[in-house]
Structure formats: C-alpha cells, structure tokens
Design a protein around this ligand. Structure first.
Ligand code: ADP
Ligand code: UDP
Length: 238
C-alpha cells in the first residue's frame, strides 16, 4: 500500500491518504495532550505503544463481531484503517465514577455505576467538547436516530468484551471514549482504544494506569501504558 499526502494532523495522530480510496494510514505520534489541547508534551514511545495497543484491542473487538476500522499494523507507529466518514460525537461509557462526571455532578470518584452510564459529547475543542444528547445530535445532523441507536448498542457491546478482558488481567475498566464513522453505509468503530482515551485502574490498589497520570502530573505515563500492555500479553518492541 502506497502512502500519499497527509489528510489531517490531529493532536495525537496523523492521517494519510493511500493509493486505495477506501483505506487510510493512521500514524500514532508521541504527542500527548490534555484539557482540549492546553497541556501538550511529547512522551517517548507513546505512539508505538498506542499503535500496538489499539491494534490488539481492535482485534479482540473484531473477533467478538464488532465492526472496526483497523485492517493491519503497517509499522510500529502506523496502522492501515478503513477510511470512515467520522461522526462528530464521542460516545462515553462509565462503569466507575471519575473525571468530568465527578466534577459535573459532585459524585465521589470510585463509586460503582450500575447500570453503566452512556454519554454523548460533541467533538469540538473550541467549545471544550460539550455534553450533548441524542435530540441535539439528530436536530443538528451530527448523526441520525438509527446511527445513534447503533453506536450506543456497539458501545455497550465493547464494554462487555473489554470489562472482562481487563478484569482477567487484574484491571478495572473505569470509563472510555469511542468514535464511530460510516463505511459503505455501515457504522464502524474508528479512532483508537488506548490508555489515552480510557481510564484503567489496578483492581487491587486502584492505581491509575492511564492518561490521568499525564493530566494529574503523576509521572510514569508511558511506563504505565507499557505495564498494561504487558499484563494483556501485548508484545511490544524493545
Ligand atoms: P484529534 O482530532 O481529536 O486531535 P487525533 O490526533 O487522534 O485526534 O486525530 C485523529 C483524527 O482522525 C481524529 O479526528 C479522528 O476522528 C480521525 N479518524 C480516526 N479514525 C479514522 C478513520 N478510520 N477514518 C477517518 N478518520 C479517522
Ligand atoms: N475522553 C477522551 N477524549 C475526550 C474526552 C474524554 O478520550 O476528548 C475519555 C477520557 O480519557 C475518559 C473518558 O473519555 O476515559 C471520560 O472522560 P471525562 O468525560 O471524564 O472527561 P475528562 O475528565 O477526561 O476531561
């Protein structure tokens, strides 16, 4: 597959066209950002770790019947993915209270959420990714009612698969964000699943093993991501 011109450079990944109009190359960079791009740093190895992590998780989801965009790893920091028409909403499921839920509702971090919550946010850094709902999404044309139903269904399916995967490796899947797009009329999971976009705690100690280490200046960010990968049995290059 031939790499062509860059289509887009986001905060953490760059997207390249290829000679096949149905496929893109997604390049995971070491750039790490938080607070809608206000805090930015380069963390060595993060791009490589997240690329391998994402390919592994997407493979598990595909095996469970969830349509995903990742086709294959191309290099340590690049993957070949289906070219999706991304929908500008982020789907968040929470199993345990943390982050913006605690800030918004004043609930205590760490309480169990039963049933798990589902939230929608508009992907818009300038507006700080405001929380929206299905009515707003439909009215403003961000997604149709049928697309919203499908995204919600797939987001919960992902929860069933990944809660168990992480639990079996001694971790709690606290919450996560998913982005979907449309490929030949079908809703497909896009973007990435990595510790950059989810919260993972050690099941015993509740130590944070995800991007909250960066947000909260705890240090050992990539080391924690690598420890999670190791627990899942992901083989990373030295
Ligand atoms: P951001 O745009 O939030 O800064 P990234 O740095 O992760 O995020 O950039 C990756 C961009 O690529 C995102 O805008 C994401 O929606 C988009 N994207 C992810 N997967 C695909 C795909 N399969 N097809 C098209 N666009 C994608
Ligand atoms: N998340 C993300 N990108 C965003 C917003 C949230 O990947 O733009 C992830 C975040 O890492 C966490 C989950 O979605 O795993 C819920 O995030 P929350 O709403 O608590 O926001 P935060 O406190 O991270 O700003």
């Amino acid at each position: 597959m031939q790499k062509r011109e860059q289509l887009y450079a986001g905060k953490a990944k760059s997207v390249y066209l290829t000679d096949d109009p149905d496929y893109l190359i997604l390049e995971f960079r070491d750039d790490t950002s938080a607070f809608d791009g206000e805090k930015v740093e380069k963390l060595a190895r993060k791009g490589m770790v997240n690329n391998h992590f994402n390919a592994f998780i997407m493979g598990k989801l595909a095996a469970a019947g969830i349509p995903v965009h990742v086709e294959r790893l191309l290099s340590d920091t690049q993957s070949v993915v289906k070219k999706l028409d991304m929908l500008p909403v982020e789907c968040v499921v929470r199993n345990i209270a943390a982050g913006s839920l605690c800030r918004r509702l004043g609930v205590k971090e760490g309480i169990d959420l039963t049933p798990p919550t589902f939230e929608l946010f508009l992907k818009n850094d300038a507006l700080h990714d405001p929380m929206v709902n299905e009515s707003l999404a439909e009215t403003f044309g961000w997604a149709t009612a049928a697309q919203l139903t499908r995204m919600k269904e797939l987001t919960y399916q992902v929860n069933a698969v990944l809660k168990k995967l992480f639990a079996d490796a001694g971790m709690l899947l606290v919450d996560y964000k998913l982005e979907f797009g449309v490929f030949k009329g079908e809703i497909v999971l896009g973007d990435e699943f990595s510790p950059d976009g989810c919260r993972l705690w050690d099941a015993e100690t509740r130590e944070k093993l995800d991007k909250d280490r960066f947000r909260q200046g705890l240090g050992g960010v990539v080391e924690a991501y690598e420890a999670v990968a190791d627990r899942l049995g992901i083989k990373l290059p030295k």
